[in-house]
Design a protein around this ligand. Structure first.
Ligand SMILES: [Zn+2]
Length: 159
């Protein structure tokens, strides 16, 4: 089965990258208690990624929580790799960065709203069925891909 995650509210940036890599990743709200987050993690079969040491004191945290150090995004990604065989590139950009929904190919109608040079380049344009956001390889995409590629240890793929 695929690994699923939930990040605590402080790790929102890591959550975005996990989604960019295609991992099913929930993000806990700011006001949610440790108990509620753990409850969601257990209920939905997610690993809770947190930098909050207190949370591992909960009984239900056992075998459910990955404790990361506060630190750089790169260091956190590397630490995750010690727990899981992370595949940062295999399903890259298949999920919405904002709400975790699986992207679908943009419809002809949506394509009309996409800049002409993007359409003419023939590249794949995706859309989030939930928030309607449209994704293509803009500069932001490229920046994130570069990072995912570094984490994967693969400098050869060109995007
Ligand atoms: Zn979305």
């Amino acid at each position: 089965m695929e690994i699923k995650f939930i990040c605590d509210a402080m790790l929102a940036r890591l959550a975005r990258y996990l989604r960019a890599a295609g991992y099913d990743t929930a993000l806990a709200g700011n006001a949610v208690s440790d108990r509620e987050v753990l409850c969601q993690a257990v209920g939905e079969g997610r690993w809770l990624i947190t930098a909050d040491r207190k949370i591992i004191e909960h009984k239900s945290a056992r075998g459910r929580v990955v404790l990361l150090q506060h630190g750089s995004l790169d260091a956190q990604a590397e630490a995750l790799g010690e727990y899981f065989a992370m595949d940062w590139m295999g399903r890259a950009f298949s999920r919405c960065l904002l709400d975790n929904a699986l992207l679908v190919p943009a419809s002809d109608e949506v394509m009309l709203g996409v800049p002409l040079d993007v359409r003419q380049s023939g590249e794949i344009v995706m859309q989030c069925p939930s928030c309607r956001r449209v994704y293509w390889r803009g500069s932001h995409y490229r920046r994130m891909m570069k990072r995912l590629r570094q984490w994967q240890g693969d400098e050869s793929t060109t995007f």
